[in-house]
Design a protein around this ligand. Sequence first.
Ligand code: URA
Length: 469
Amino acid sequence: MYTVPLPRIGTDKAWREAARSLLSNRVPPEDILWDFDQTLPELFSAPTPLPDLRGQPKVPKSFVELSQQVVWHKDPQRFARLYALLWRLRLEPALMSDRADADLAKLQQMEKAVRRCKHKMKAFVRFRDLRSDGPRRAFAAWFEPTHHTVEPTAPFFARRFADMDWIILTPDVTARFENGTLSFQPGQDKPDLPEDATEELWGTYFRNIFNPARLKVKAMTSEMPKKYWKNLPEAKHIPDLIAHADAKAKEMQDKAPTLPPERVARIREQLVETAQPASWNMLQAGLRACDRCPLCAPATQVVPGTGVRDASLMIVGEQPGDQEDQAGVPFVGPAGQLFDRLAQEAGLDRESAFVTNAVKHFKFQQRGKRRIHQNPNSAEIEHCRFWLQSEIALVKPKLILAMGGTAAESLTGSRKDILKRRGAVEETGFGPVLLTVHPSYLLRLPDHLKADANAAFVADLQEARRIIA
Ligand code: URA
């Protein structure tokens, strides 16, 4: 019998190395005891040397991908299950594509649970400001993951919050990020973390995106499972919102459409309390750390504006798309390419402008492997307007070209009648804004309407060029 000790931190690497060694030495599953975190009783705990490695067994990529997730599952049998499948793979090379196989199906279920847990961790970790006096801001969060997902998810937070120090405390493992270095320590009991103002902001945000007319309690609790509520500042509002949803929906129906709702003004007030970044460095750092709304969690990265920092023309789109989210640069995908072509036709040099978006994170819905674009809602536009406003304050453009409804809403307060308002300058609190349609609208038009619509867009760009000349 082989006893294989597996540490709680670095489990994946230890499991991989042990499994490879055992397999190449033909050790059958029934001869192995996997000892995670030294939990086996004394009787079995005498260390058994692992056999020497004799050549590298070939393992299908699909198994490697499966095991990389499953090792973080909380099921104590996970290592034995994985190794049993690996063992069978020697004689059944097509096993990974056998949909009817019960062992594989069980492991795939576990893989899905781990992925879901990682996703929830990205969405539901709430940092509190430790108000450090040091050169870097410092934050701490308490989280209770269902599986052992702190270690595989921590690199996401390291990328997202690269410019600050943070610690994620959990009962399982503690992840610490200090001066750009990520490390892990054993878990601990829940500490007392300082209250901070973002708690209230999360509550306000949640109350504002909550649409009583669309309430589906089952879908909502599946998206935000109850077990996470105790550590989410916004969750304390849920019971009340649900209880009053019917009455609130009726009230909304009875009300005629109005100017921006009072609640939006309230959020705006709270957000402007935070000082606008006074330099490009502060802006970039603030954007990278932004967690003003939940769009930051699933996106790959924030996509700030790019271009000439004192440009006469600022071009504002909606939000990064799939390709922009990966590249970290606005307007590089299909809409950006169409824009470049039509701008060239209009004699407008994109390289001499500052190009940005009203919302800085990609909002999407995952469908299988595809990420389907979702329109940002008013609260998200409102939150992100802080950053757009900061960019405008730094660039000080002579003219802002707002492309599409989201940019129009952010800059003029209304997304209505773009086709009627286009081509004309509107005076706003941000300066003169010229409205036009969004390039992705042009991409979606049926072929027979494209030529005229493109020509009208080119005319709007020429007008912008004329104004800044
Ligand atoms: N659409 C936008 O509005 N912005 C981008 O950056 C890309 C597509």
